[in-house]
Design a protein. Structure first.
Length: 222
C-alpha cells in the first residue's frame, strides 16, 4: 500500500541491513546473468559509514574467497604500498572501505585466470551501498571494471589512457573524488615496467591524499 492510499512507505535500509542483504545474496546462483556462479557465494567487503576512503577493486580472487578478507594476496601488498598504508590502517573499516565491483570470487577461466566480476553484482548493490557512505572523500579505482563504472565515458580509451589522466580526473571530480589506478595484480608487471611514471607521478599524489584523509578526524556519524 502506498502513502497516497494511507499506507506507510517502507524505510530505506540502514548500512548494516544492506550489508546483511549483500552477505546473504544468492542472485548469481538463483537468477544468474549467464552461467551461475560455480561455487557457493561468499561476498567479501568491509564498510563503515565513517570511512573517508574507499578502494574499488575488481572481485575477490581464490585466496580471498578462502580467507574472507580482501586483498590478502600479493595484489594487496602492492596496493598497500601504493597507498602508503600499513595493515592496521588498511583494514580499519572505519577509515578505509573496501567495496569491489563484484563481491564474490567469480571463478576461473579456461586458462586459470580469474573471470571478470559477476554482471549481477554492481547494478544490484553498488549505488545503494555508496549512498550509505556519506563521509567518502576519495575512491581509489583499481582496474578497468572500476574505471568504467565510476568514470563512464572518461574511461573509454582503456586502462593506460585512463590512468595517465589520474591526477586530472582526481582534480576534476567532485566528492567523492576519483583516482584511477591499474589493478595491482602481478599480471600487470610488464605494464608497470613500461610505465614508470605511475610510481614517480601518480603514487606520490595518491599517498598524499590518503595520508591527509587518514590524519583527519572524521565527524560523528548520525
Amino acid at each position: 500500500m502506498s502513502e497516497a492510499n494511507g499506507g506507510t512507505a517502507a524505510a530505506a535500509p540502514s548500512l548494516a541491513e544492506l550489508v546483511g542483504a549483500i552477505r546473504a545474496c544468492r542472485r548469481c546462483i538463483e537468477a544468474p546473468s549467464g552461467r551461475p556462479l560455480p561455487h557457493a557465494p561468499r561476498p567479501v567487503l568491509r564498510v563503515a559509514a565513517s570511512a573517508r576512503i574507499a578502494v574499488a577493486g575488481q572481485a575477490p580472487g581464490a585466496r580471498v574467497h578462502a580467507s574472507g578478507v580482501p586483498f590478502t594476496d600479493p595484489s594487496g601488498d602492492r596496493l598497500r604500498d601504493w597507498m602508503g598504508v600499513d595493515l592496521a590502517e588498511f583494514y580499519d573499516a572505519s577509515r578505509i572501505a573496501i567495496i569491489p565491483m563484484g563481491f564474490c570470487f567469480p571463478g576461473l577461466d579456461a586458462k586459470g585466470g580469474d573471470l571478470p566480476p559477476r554482471r549481477e553484482c554492481a547494478p544490484l548493490w553498488r549505488a545503494r551501498l555508496l549512498a550509505l557512505l556519506p563521509r567518502l572523500e576519495l575512491i581509489v579505482l583499481a582496474g578497468r571494471h572500476a574505471h568504467v563504472w565510476h568514470l563512464g565515458e572518461a574511461a573509454r580509451d582503456g586502462v593506460g589512457a585512463t590512468v595517465a589522466r589520474s591526477i586530472e580526473l582526481l582534480e576534476r571530480s567532485t566528492k567523492p573524488r576519483l583516482l584511477p589506478l591499474p589493478h595491482p595484480s602481478w599480471c600487470n608487471n610488464a605494464w608497470l615496467r613500461a610505465n614508470p611514471w605511475l610510481e614517480t607521478e601518480i603514487v606520490p599524489r595518491l599517498r598524499r591524499e590518503v595520508r591527509r584523509l587518514l590524519k583527519a578526524e572524521p565527524p560523528p556519524v548520525d
